[in-house]
Design a protein around this ligand. Structure first.
Ligand code: MTE
Length: 304
């Protein structure tokens, strides 16, 4: 299944080339020069200026070759080398827990009523590197509303596929498999929180978490769980994989916060991939205006 049809066969090199191709496609479509593609989902490209940053996007090559995906190895280049064994079509997502519409949904059915948006988001990893990524996706809130959570649903929990045959890294106990993550309901419903299906107008590659991953731009990158196979609405706060691995180093919230250091390194600065000089890390990764109010009155040193 191809979600983003219109750039499928083009190798995207960088954002300016991508943008000018997009403009050409839009103009050509407007003039009736391109027949409708008949894709399952026609990207709508809603204007998302208030969410997108104008910062220069990281080249496609870097986003797709410098990855963290422990199911395919612990090295940054391992996912690109090894993730071909993951079968992403057909794909289904189990929805369970505190909601009125639990079930196993084929990805196609899950996505059909949604329109895909494009958002250029800063992505900041806990290890100190960052990127700017032109994601394709839809607000997680849209999916949550369709599942009709009950009043008991205080958190949303996510789980990656667990299949060591397809994900050979799961044969070694580097993490407690499957990979898991969680968000508080108001974080999950925030309009910044995205379910991503693509990058640069193309379907996600396996190494980036195909066919469906989370993107929470004001949190460290590990919250952005890849290849999601299960979503559960919960009353209790769930544990994420990195908390399970090391409670003193990783918390539930994981908000980008230059004032709270990782026990083994500072979080004050970051290196944007492709740049030499480090940048100062911004509170909430620069998204304070949209999300600071979610944490009013909370001690962010305690709830890190
Ligand atoms: N999701 C799963 N299932 N397994 C992982 O190992 N790594 C996380 C996150 N999501 C990870 C995951 C980490 S540590 C980061 S920084 C981001 O994915 C990296 O996303 P990227 O490789 O697309 O840049």
């Amino acid at each position: 299944m191809s979600i983003h049809k219109y750039l499928k066969d083009n190798e995207v090199t960088d954002y300016s080339v991508y943008q000018s191709r997009r403009q050409f496609m839009k103009t050509a479509a407007g003039l009736g020069l391109i027949a409708a593609t008949g894709g399952i989902i026609q990207p709508s490209f809603a204007k998302t200026g208030k969410f997108s940053t104008n910062e220069k996007a990281t080249p496609y090559k870097d986003i797709t070759s410098y990855c963290n995906f422990y199911e395919f190895g612990t090295g940054k280049s391992d996912p690109k080398k090894n993730a071909h064994s993951l079968i992403t079509s057909p794909w289904s997502v189990v929805v369970e827990g505190e909601c009125e519409k639990p079930g196993r949904y084929d990805l196609e059915d899950l996505l059909k009523p949604l329109s895909i948006e494009e958002r250029n988001y800063r992505f900041r990893c806990v290890e100190g590197w960052s990127m700017v990524i032109p994601w394709m996706g839809f607000p997680l809130a849209e999916l949550i509303k369709r599942m009709k959570p009950t009043s008991n649903a205080k958190y949303v929990y996510f789980e990656t596929l667990h299949d060591p045959k397809q994900m050979p890294g799961q044969k070694s106990p580097v993490l407690d498999w499957p990979y898991t993550e969680g968000l508080r309901m108001d974080e999950a419903m925030n309009p910044l929180t995205l379910m991503a299906t693509g990058i640069y107008g193309k379907d996600l590659l396996n190494q980036n978490g195909a066919p469906l991953r989370l993107v929470v731009p004001w949190k460290y990158g590990f919250k952005s769980i890849k290849s999601i196979a299960k979503i559960r609405f919960m009353e209790e706060q769930p544990m994420n994989s990195w908390q399970k691995a090391n409670m003193t180093e990783y918390g539930f919230y994981s908000n980008v916060n230059p004032k709270v250091n990782h026990p083994r390194w500072t979080q004050r600065k970051e290196r944007r991939i492709g740049e030499f000089r480090k940048r100062k890390t911004l509170m909430f990764n620069g998204y304070s205006e949209q999300v600071a109010s979610l944490y009013t009155g909370m001690d962010l040193k305690k709830y890190f």
